[in-house]
Design a protein around this ligand. Structure first.
Ligand SMILES: Cc1cc2nc3c(=O)[nH]c(=O)nc-3n(C[C@H](O)[C@H](O)[C@H](O)COP(=O)(O)OP(=O)(O)OC[C@H]3O[C@@H](n4cnc5c(N)ncnc54)[C@H](O)[C@@H]3O)c2cc1C
Length: 284
């Protein structure tokens, strides 16, 4: 279907984009890569009168080193995140997840910030950003504010970004030297996961000292596998050594039931995929 008629603005600064958002209020919608928004418009699930395109705001694009964190601009494409040396050295878990996100065409158009603003519970970037303790920098008319990943993901397709705000960048604390793996379970290639597990592991090769684990599609928002993280600290790094810890991966989760699998199946998947992710992360 063809989208309903809309007007279009392409500001060149965040300030101008915020001014346009505040002028048009509920009638306006931001577009980044358009990979999620355009299907919504074409299906006429939303019909904004004004589309504000962030594509000409250069300051929103790119990845920089900021001491103890790397900073990823909201308009950086999945392709650029995936191939960035800083991301691969200091936050490899993000690159591992981006590698499995959709196909090459979508990774060239879709953006890091767009995916995280869309907040699809099956989206691949929520779990790794949550696991690594990322902070989300959000700009509004009163300036910028920083929101922890724990507070950023509010509910199904809902984040801490207000109606008149823009996600400008995401700060990811450096996890240099940590092993990382994203284990994604799909029915069809290049699709959203039924369940996926993002695992970052610090070890000396025989014992886990610390593990950070995020689960995708195990609730309305990405969730940490806290019980498993706690049980893995000090665990022997072997199939049997991590099994008991990973069997607790679904504790505290509330997975959906749908045509791809019911909640119990997803809980089972979470335990199996977490074990695989932890062992592969430790070998990475
Ligand atoms: C066929 C297909 C397969 C896909 N497979 C996967 C997959 O396997 N895994 C996965 O994770 N994703 C998948 N996606 C989605 C893809 O990751 C998109 O890139 C992403 O969901 C949206 O990014 P975007 O830049 O295109 O955002 P857009 O579609 O432009 O915007 C999405 C939403 O976020 C808002 N928004 C965008 N940027 C900002 C911002 N900076 N501040 C505030 N609000 C903002 C928009 O208003 C809109 O509501 C798939 C998409 C398609 C079409």
């Amino acid at each position: 279907m063809i989208p309903a008629k809309f007007d279009y603005l392409a500001p060149t600064s965040v300030e101008d984009a915020l001014a346009a958002l505040s002028e048009h209020g509920d009638d306006a919608k931001i577009i980044a890569g358009g990979q999620s928004l355009l299907p919504v418009l074409r299906m006429r699930l939303n019909a904004p009168e004004m589309i504000i395109d962030l594509g000409k705001i250069d300051s929103l694009r790119g990845i920089r080193d900021d001491g103890d964190a790397i900073v990823i601009g909201a308009m950086t494409t999945h392709h650029d995140v995936l191939h960035d040396p800083l991301v691969n050295e200091h936050a490899a878990l993000i690159a591992k997840a981006a590698e499995h996100l959709a196909d090459a065409q979508i990774r060239h158009r879709g953006t890091f910030g767009g995916a995280l603003a869309h907040a699809d519970p099956a989206g691949d970037l929520g779990a790794p950003t949550l696991a690594l303790g990322a902070e989300f920098v959000i700009a509004g008319s009163g300036g910028t504010r920083s929101v922890t990943a724990e507070d950023y993901f509010v509910d199904l397709f809902e984040t801490a970004i207000g109606e008149d705000e823009i996600l400008v960048e995401v700060r990811v604390p450096k996890h240099t030297g940590w092993g990382a793996h994203y284990e994604k379970f799909v029915r069809v290639v290049h699709q959203w996961p039924i369940v996926a597990v993002a695992a970052a592991v610090k070890s000396d090769g025989s014992t886990v000292s610390e593990a950070k684990i995020g689960l995708t599609n195990m609730g309305n928002t990405p969730v940490r596998a806290r019980a498993t993280e706690a049980a893995l600290a000090g665990a022997e790094l072997s199939e049997d050594g991590v099994r008991a810890a990973c069997d607790r991966a679904a504790e505290g989760t509330n997975p959906p039931s749908d045509l791809n699998g019911d909640a119990d199946y997803r809980r089972h998947l979470a335990t199996v995929l977490t074990r695989r992710a932890v062992l592969k992360a430790a070998q990475a």
